[in-house]
Design a protein around this ligand. Structure first.
Ligand code: SAM
Length: 215
Protein backbone atom coordinates (compact mmCIF):
# COMPACT_ATOMS: atom_id res chain seq x y z
CA UNK A 1 0.00 0.00 0.00
CA UNK A 2 1.40 3.39 -0.93
CA UNK A 3 1.60 6.29 1.51
CA UNK A 4 -1.13 8.05 -0.51
CA UNK A 5 -3.53 5.14 -0.06
CA UNK A 6 -2.72 4.61 3.61
CA UNK A 7 -3.23 8.24 4.62
CA UNK A 8 -6.05 10.64 3.92
CA UNK A 9 -5.02 13.51 1.66
CA UNK A 10 -5.25 15.88 4.64
CA UNK A 11 -2.89 13.64 6.64
CA UNK A 12 -0.53 13.42 3.69
CA UNK A 13 -0.41 17.21 3.37
CA UNK A 14 0.10 17.63 7.12
CA UNK A 15 2.90 15.12 7.01
CA UNK A 16 4.47 16.80 3.99
CA UNK A 17 4.39 20.24 5.57
CA UNK A 18 4.76 19.65 9.32
CA UNK A 19 8.42 20.68 9.21
CA UNK A 20 8.58 22.15 5.71
CA UNK A 21 6.18 24.94 6.67
CA UNK A 22 8.92 26.44 8.85
CA UNK A 23 11.22 26.97 5.85
CA UNK A 24 8.48 27.15 3.21
CA UNK A 25 8.41 30.89 2.47
CA UNK A 26 12.20 31.19 2.23
CA UNK A 27 12.79 28.12 0.08
CA UNK A 28 9.77 28.32 -2.25
CA UNK A 29 10.55 31.83 -3.39
CA UNK A 30 13.21 30.28 -5.66
CA UNK A 31 11.01 27.81 -7.47
CA UNK A 32 7.30 28.66 -7.14
CA UNK A 33 7.78 31.13 -9.98
CA UNK A 34 5.05 33.41 -11.26
CA UNK A 35 3.30 33.96 -7.94
CA UNK A 36 4.25 37.64 -7.77
CA UNK A 37 3.18 38.08 -11.37
CA UNK A 38 -0.21 36.59 -10.45
CA UNK A 39 -0.51 39.01 -7.54
CA UNK A 40 0.32 42.01 -9.74
CA UNK A 41 -2.30 40.91 -12.28
CA UNK A 42 -4.89 40.46 -9.54
CA UNK A 43 -5.70 44.19 -9.38
CA UNK A 44 -8.87 43.77 -7.27
CA UNK A 45 -11.33 46.67 -7.06
CA UNK A 46 -11.39 48.60 -3.77
CA UNK A 47 -13.00 46.60 -0.97
CA UNK A 48 -12.88 43.37 -3.01
CA UNK A 49 -13.26 39.95 -1.46
CA UNK A 50 -10.24 37.79 -2.27
CA UNK A 51 -10.23 34.04 -1.62
CA UNK A 52 -7.13 31.89 -1.89
CA UNK A 53 -7.94 28.19 -2.13
CA UNK A 54 -5.09 26.08 -0.69
CA UNK A 55 -3.49 29.18 0.79
CA UNK A 56 -0.66 27.33 2.54
CA UNK A 57 1.37 29.55 4.87
CA UNK A 58 -0.59 32.65 3.82
CA UNK A 59 2.36 34.04 1.87
CA UNK A 60 0.19 35.20 -1.03
CA UNK A 61 -2.62 36.61 1.12
CA UNK A 62 -0.10 38.66 3.11
CA UNK A 63 1.16 40.15 -0.13
CA UNK A 64 -2.39 40.85 -1.33
CA UNK A 65 -2.91 42.80 1.90
CA UNK A 66 0.27 44.79 1.33
CA UNK A 67 -0.49 45.52 -2.33
CA UNK A 68 -4.24 46.10 -2.01
CA UNK A 69 -4.90 47.14 1.62
CA UNK A 70 -8.66 47.59 1.31
CA UNK A 71 -9.40 43.97 0.40
CA UNK A 72 -11.21 41.43 2.55
CA UNK A 73 -9.13 38.27 2.72
CA UNK A 74 -10.28 34.66 2.91
CA UNK A 75 -8.23 31.48 2.82
CA UNK A 76 -8.76 27.77 3.06
CA UNK A 77 -6.37 24.85 3.14
CA UNK A 78 -6.65 21.14 3.85
CA UNK A 79 -3.56 21.17 6.06
CA UNK A 80 -3.93 22.38 9.64
CA UNK A 81 -0.13 22.49 9.78
CA UNK A 82 0.02 25.04 6.94
CA UNK A 83 -2.84 26.98 8.49
CA UNK A 84 -0.85 27.30 11.74
CA UNK A 85 1.73 29.33 9.81
CA UNK A 86 -0.96 31.29 7.97
CA UNK A 87 -2.72 32.21 11.22
CA UNK A 88 0.52 33.37 12.80
CA UNK A 89 1.31 35.49 9.76
CA UNK A 90 -2.10 37.00 9.10
CA UNK A 91 -3.83 37.14 12.49
CA UNK A 92 -7.15 38.89 12.15
CA UNK A 93 -6.30 40.20 8.67
CA UNK A 94 -7.80 37.10 7.02
CA UNK A 95 -10.50 34.54 7.69
CA UNK A 96 -8.84 31.16 7.46
CA UNK A 97 -10.48 27.74 7.60
CA UNK A 98 -9.54 24.13 7.13
CA UNK A 99 -11.35 22.71 4.10
CA UNK A 100 -10.87 20.52 1.05
CA UNK A 101 -10.60 22.39 -2.26
CA UNK A 102 -12.61 19.65 -3.95
CA UNK A 103 -15.54 19.76 -1.53
CA UNK A 104 -16.41 22.96 0.29
CA UNK A 105 -19.31 25.34 0.70
CA UNK A 106 -17.99 28.91 0.85
CA UNK A 107 -21.31 30.25 2.07
CA UNK A 108 -21.29 27.89 5.05
CA UNK A 109 -17.58 28.53 5.75
CA UNK A 110 -17.47 32.29 5.29
CA UNK A 111 -21.08 33.45 4.96
CA UNK A 112 -20.37 34.99 1.56
CA UNK A 113 -22.10 34.73 -1.79
CA UNK A 114 -19.00 34.80 -3.96
CA UNK A 115 -15.63 36.50 -4.38
CA UNK A 116 -14.23 39.18 -6.67
CA UNK A 117 -10.93 37.34 -6.99
CA UNK A 118 -10.18 33.66 -6.44
CA UNK A 119 -6.59 32.40 -6.41
CA UNK A 120 -5.16 28.91 -6.96
CA UNK A 121 -1.40 29.10 -6.64
CA UNK A 122 0.75 25.96 -6.96
CA UNK A 123 -2.03 23.88 -5.48
CA UNK A 124 -3.78 22.10 -8.39
CA UNK A 125 -0.55 20.15 -8.92
CA UNK A 126 -1.01 18.69 -5.42
CA UNK A 127 -4.75 17.99 -5.56
CA UNK A 128 -5.58 14.54 -6.99
CA UNK A 129 -9.00 15.58 -8.40
CA UNK A 130 -7.71 18.91 -9.64
CA UNK A 131 -10.41 19.31 -12.29
CA UNK A 132 -13.07 19.22 -9.59
CA UNK A 133 -11.15 21.78 -7.52
CA UNK A 134 -10.87 24.01 -10.58
CA UNK A 135 -14.61 23.81 -11.31
CA UNK A 136 -15.43 24.58 -7.68
CA UNK A 137 -13.00 27.53 -7.66
CA UNK A 138 -14.56 28.96 -10.83
CA UNK A 139 -18.00 28.64 -9.26
CA UNK A 140 -16.93 30.96 -6.41
CA UNK A 141 -16.24 33.90 -8.72
CA UNK A 142 -18.83 36.66 -8.79
CA UNK A 143 -20.00 38.03 -12.15
CA UNK A 144 -17.32 40.45 -13.33
CA UNK A 145 -14.74 38.80 -11.07
CA UNK A 146 -11.79 36.58 -11.96
CA UNK A 147 -10.09 33.30 -11.14
CA UNK A 148 -6.28 33.50 -11.19
CA UNK A 149 -4.26 30.30 -11.47
CA UNK A 150 -0.52 29.71 -11.45
CA UNK A 151 1.21 26.34 -11.32
CA UNK A 152 3.97 24.19 -12.75
CA UNK A 153 3.82 24.00 -16.53
CA UNK A 154 4.52 21.35 -19.17
CA UNK A 155 8.24 22.28 -19.19
CA UNK A 156 8.52 21.62 -22.92
CA UNK A 157 10.90 24.56 -23.39
CA UNK A 158 13.35 23.11 -20.86
CA UNK A 159 16.20 20.62 -21.49
CA UNK A 160 15.12 16.96 -21.02
CA UNK A 161 17.67 16.33 -18.25
CA UNK A 162 16.33 19.30 -16.29
CA UNK A 163 12.71 18.17 -16.74
CA UNK A 164 13.57 14.70 -15.56
CA UNK A 165 15.37 15.98 -12.45
CA UNK A 166 12.62 18.46 -11.71
CA UNK A 167 9.81 15.90 -11.99
CA UNK A 168 11.64 13.36 -9.84
CA UNK A 169 12.10 16.01 -7.20
CA UNK A 170 8.50 17.28 -7.45
CA UNK A 171 7.17 13.73 -7.06
CA UNK A 172 8.84 13.57 -3.64
CA UNK A 173 6.47 16.38 -2.62
CA UNK A 174 3.44 14.73 -4.28
CA UNK A 175 3.40 17.32 -7.06
CA UNK A 176 2.22 16.51 -10.60
CA UNK A 177 2.22 19.27 -13.24
CA UNK A 178 -1.27 19.53 -14.80
CA UNK A 179 -0.82 19.37 -18.55
CA UNK A 180 -4.54 19.79 -19.23
CA UNK A 181 -4.91 23.03 -17.29
CA UNK A 182 -5.31 25.36 -20.27
CA UNK A 183 -7.98 23.14 -21.89
CA UNK A 184 -9.92 22.86 -18.63
CA UNK A 185 -9.83 26.61 -18.07
CA UNK A 186 -10.96 27.22 -21.64
CA UNK A 187 -13.91 24.89 -21.17
CA UNK A 188 -14.90 26.71 -17.98
CA UNK A 189 -14.54 30.10 -19.68
CA UNK A 190 -16.89 28.92 -22.44
CA UNK A 191 -19.42 27.60 -19.91
CA UNK A 192 -19.38 30.88 -17.98
CA UNK A 193 -19.42 33.01 -21.11
CA UNK A 194 -16.16 34.46 -19.79
CA UNK A 195 -12.71 35.14 -21.21
CA UNK A 196 -9.40 33.38 -20.66
CA UNK A 197 -5.89 34.80 -20.75
CA UNK A 198 -3.34 32.01 -20.61
CA UNK A 199 0.46 32.23 -20.65
CA UNK A 200 3.40 29.87 -20.44
CA UNK A 201 6.14 31.42 -18.33
CA UNK A 202 9.89 30.75 -18.12
CA UNK A 203 10.06 28.30 -21.04
CA UNK A 204 6.94 26.56 -19.76
CA UNK A 205 8.35 26.03 -16.27
CA UNK A 206 5.12 27.66 -15.08
CA UNK A 207 1.67 28.34 -16.51
CA UNK A 208 -0.65 31.17 -15.62
CA UNK A 209 -4.32 31.61 -16.42
CA UNK A 210 -6.88 34.33 -15.73
CA UNK A 211 -10.51 33.41 -16.25
CA UNK A 212 -12.71 36.50 -16.11
CA UNK A 213 -16.46 36.07 -15.72
CA UNK A 214 -18.78 38.26 -17.67
CA UNK A 215 -21.05 40.62 -15.73
C1 SAM B 1 2.72 24.12 -2.73
S1 SAM B 1 1.57 24.64 -1.49
C2 SAM B 1 1.02 26.22 -2.16
C3 SAM B 1 0.60 27.17 -1.06
C4 SAM B 1 0.25 28.58 -1.55
N1 SAM B 1 -0.89 28.57 -2.40
C5 SAM B 1 1.44 29.21 -2.22
O1 SAM B 1 1.34 29.60 -3.40
O2 SAM B 1 2.47 29.40 -1.56
C6 SAM B 1 0.17 23.60 -1.80
C7 SAM B 1 -0.91 23.75 -0.75
O3 SAM B 1 -2.06 23.05 -1.22
C8 SAM B 1 -2.71 22.51 -0.07
N2 SAM B 1 -3.61 21.47 -0.53
C9 SAM B 1 -3.31 20.31 -1.14
N3 SAM B 1 -4.42 19.62 -1.41
C10 SAM B 1 -5.47 20.36 -0.97
C11 SAM B 1 -6.88 20.17 -0.98
N4 SAM B 1 -7.44 19.09 -1.50
N5 SAM B 1 -7.63 21.15 -0.45
C12 SAM B 1 -7.10 22.26 0.08
N6 SAM B 1 -5.76 22.48 0.13
C13 SAM B 1 -4.96 21.55 -0.40
C14 SAM B 1 -1.54 22.02 0.77
O4 SAM B 1 -1.92 21.76 2.11
C15 SAM B 1 -0.58 23.17 0.62
O5 SAM B 1 -0.78 24.15 1.60
Amino acid sequence: MTVTNALSHADLMDRTYRHQRLIYDITRRYYLLGRDRLLRDLAPPPGARVLEIACGTGRNLARVKALYPGCELFGLDISEEMLRSARTKLGSQARLVQADATDFDANALFGTDGFDRVVLSYSLSMIPDWQRALRLAAAQVRPGGALHVVDFGQQDGLPPWFRSLLNTWLARFHVTPRTGLEAQLRELADQQNGTLRFEHLYRSYAQLGILTRSN
